[in-house]
Design a protein around this ligand. Structure first.
Ligand SMILES: O=C(O)CCC(=O)C(=O)O
Length: 287
């Protein structure tokens, strides 16, 4: 069985053939300790700052009396959150996992699953939504970066290992969210390993846009915030305008620029979107 877990080494970081193979086979790679403690603190402080991205937050019901708060923006920008998205270790790693050709920023989300009140996300594939946005190939991926430790108790991400190889599954109304057809998900659960991806703050999960994933409500006393950056390939430029960007060149930066960045409040050009801006979906999921 191909393992998908690796550990970041700042001295000699590179995407290895073993990582590429794991990504192709399992639909994800988990890289431990990709941000060090100081970097996690920097990002956390920026996200918690009431004058930062948080001021664009809105709530989404999970259809089961719980809510998730989130912030979603389309262009990375020059602030700490944008620099993180544009670092070599985030954008450069995605580019290599997707085969090496140019990627651009599709959107970033901050998902705030608060203690005791945070909601579920039903089983879905991100491409189940993005397909409708005019992206013809599933040449898209996301980087899931917890800002708090993510555990089974506080609603860590769960994946069905290898499910990206099913291709896109129809997404329909599931418990008041738009999710992958439950009949298919039930079959997938019988065939594939169900992994609770428990992560420390600063670990990063790189995952394919057709990987089936979900997360539970947070009934614990600890919040679970994650930062999720999504990318598309330039060669997969959507054929129509929609609520996320068509190809826009991405200015990648060195990893060291994250700690050097002082900008938190100037959010010019980030193109924040609200639940009502998403025309491709009938209701609760914003992708
Ligand atoms: O934050 C989570 O638990 C899952 C979020 C997610 O799957 C999504 O936004 O597509």
């Amino acid at each position: 069985m191909t393992d998908s877990t690796f550990t970041f080494d700042p001295e000699c970081w590179r995407v290895t053939p073993a990582m590429r193979e794991a990504y192709e086979k399992n639909g994800y790679v988990l890289i431990r300790q990709m941000l060090n403690r100081e970097e996690v603190e920097k990002v956390r402080a920026a996200l918690e700052n009431p004058k930062g991205v948080k001021r664009f937050a809105y709530s989404l019901s999970d259809g089961k009396n719980r809510t998730n708060n989130l912030v979603l923006w389309n262009h990375p920008g020059e602030d700490v959150t944008g620099v993180l998205a544009r670092t070599e270790k985030v954008a450069g790693t995605v580019e290599k996992l997707l085969g090496g050709s140019e990627v651009y920023h599709y959107h970033t989300k901050l998902i705030m699953k608060e203690a005791k009140t945070g909601g579920t996300f039903v089983w879905h594939q991100d491409y189940g939504y993005w397909y409708k946005n005019g992206c013809l190939f599933p040449d898209m991926a996301s980087v899931f970066i917890p800002i708090d430790d993510a555990t089974k108790e506080n609603g860590c991400l769960q994946v069905l290992k290898g499910s990206h190889r099913y291709g896109r599954i129809d997404h329909i109304d599931v418990g008041n969210q738009l999710g992958a057809d439950p009949e298919r998900v039930d079959q997938a659960k019988k065939q594939l390993e169900h992994v609770y991806v428990e992560m420390k703050a600063g670990d990063m999960l790189f995952f394919h846009c057709n990987l089936l994933h979900t997360s539970d409500q947070n009934s614990s006393a600890l919040r679970r915030w994650v930062f999720i950056v999504s990318f598309n390939k330039r060669s997969n430029n959507p054929y129509k305008q929609h609520h996320h960007p068509c190809y826009t060149p991405l200015k990648k930066v060195a990893d060291a620029d994250l700690l050097a960045c002082r900008e938190v409040e100037n959010l010019e050009g980030k193109w924040f979107i609200q639940a009502t801006d998403d025309f491709s979906l009938p209701r609760h999921n914003i992708h």
